[in-house]
Design a protein around this ligand. Structure first.
Ligand code: NCD
Length: 311
């Protein structure tokens, strides 16, 4: 596999061949996970240490990286609340933190509320840094696992009708998803309230690639066409004011009624956490894949870690 730098900061570093190779590798990692649950632990990354630096809340992403590292025989040092309990609290700069932590570990995973912050720290790090979400900008590994989920289910990533719905303005996940989808040819429906539309540049770039793009505010009009229903949460913490959030917070809710209109062989994905955008009644629908996706996330992150260390 071939990535342009040692760090994984952006989906723009991935080309189609690298993506498909990563997905093949993730498939193999599912077998490694199965072996681990049968007591046969991999030691591929034995002796390697990962630091998880989280300046923003996380459940899945941090655990998923930590589990991925440990399932491959590596170990982890972790801080889930860097803002409050690390030297960030004493005004240490991201650059200094990068220099310091990279003297002790072999790879760094980082999440931060500010766009560009992971790149800043990576610039001073001697070891690879992986972006686990920087503000509203990007969340590359989530998009990788979302595309892996689609690829694994449909055995292809072309010729599909994919809907991305929710907060397309502040959601870093849909931003990263469309950037990766540029490598494939699909019909993409971007469904959001007017206040939360996908940034123009991302829409234009996607349209210039092989995909056809439709922007709409109405989920019921399009749900019947979709192979993939890609949901996301309205990102309350990134809104400038509570009133705009309130206006958009219940714009649409995927419930049984809407699922009734959806194709019988579609899938529903969501990075989670969910707030109210998917009703609990949808969880038992066999088309709901959002909890299964979490396992895919571990496999994809194992594949990424392996890739980093075999460079
Ligand atoms: C996402 C994130 O942090 O951007 N969560 C995740 O990593 N699974 C999505 C979100 O918070 O809405």
């Amino acid at each position: 596999m071939n990535l342009s730098t040692k760090h994984i900061l952006s989906t723009s570093q991935f080309d189609k061949a690298t993506l498909l190779e990563l997905f093949e590798e993730a498939g193999k990692m599912e077998k490694v996970l199965e072996d681990a649950s049968n007591g046969k632990q991999s030691n591929l990354l034995a002796g390697k240490i990962m630091a998880a630096l989280f300046y923003e809340p996380s459940t899945r992403t941090r655990f998923s990286f930590e589990v991925a590292m440990q399932r491959l025989g590596g170990t982890v040092v972790s801080n889930a609340d860097m803002m409050a309990t690390s030297s960030a609290k004493k005004s240490e700069t991201l650059e200094d933190t990068g220099k310091v932590v990279s003297k002790m570990v072999d790879v760094i995973v980082m999440r931060h509320p500010d766009e560009g912050s992971v790149k800043k720290l990576a610039g001073k790090s001697d070891v690879p840094v992986i972006n686990a979400g920087d503000g509203r900008a990007e969340h590359p590994t989530q998009a990788l696992l979302d595309l892996y989920t689609i690829w694994k289910h449909f055995k292809k990533l072309d010729g599909l009708k994919i809907g991305l719905m929710g907060d397309l303005l502040y959601g870093r996940v849909p931003h990263s998803q469309v950037d990766l989808l540029k490598h494939f040819e699909n019909m993409i429906y971007l469904v959001s309230p007017n206040d939360l539309k996908m940034p123009r540049k991302l829409v234009d770039d996607l349209s210039k690639s092989g995909s056809e793009v439709v922007e709409t505010g109405n989920i019921s009009d399009v749900i019947g066409y979709l192979d993939v229903i890609g949901m996301t949460r309205v990102q309350r913490e990134r809104f400038p004011d509570e009133e705009t959030y309130e206006r958009n917070s219940r714009y649409f809710v995927l419930d049984k009624g809407l699922m009734h209109k959806a194709k019988s062989d579609c899938i529903v994905i969501h990075p989670l956490p969910r707030v109210n955008e998917i009703s609990l009644e949808v969880d038992s629908d066999p088309r709901a894949k959002y909890f299964e996706q979490v396992g895919n996330g571990v496999a994809v992150r194992m594949a990424l870690l392996k890739m980093i260390f075999s460079k």
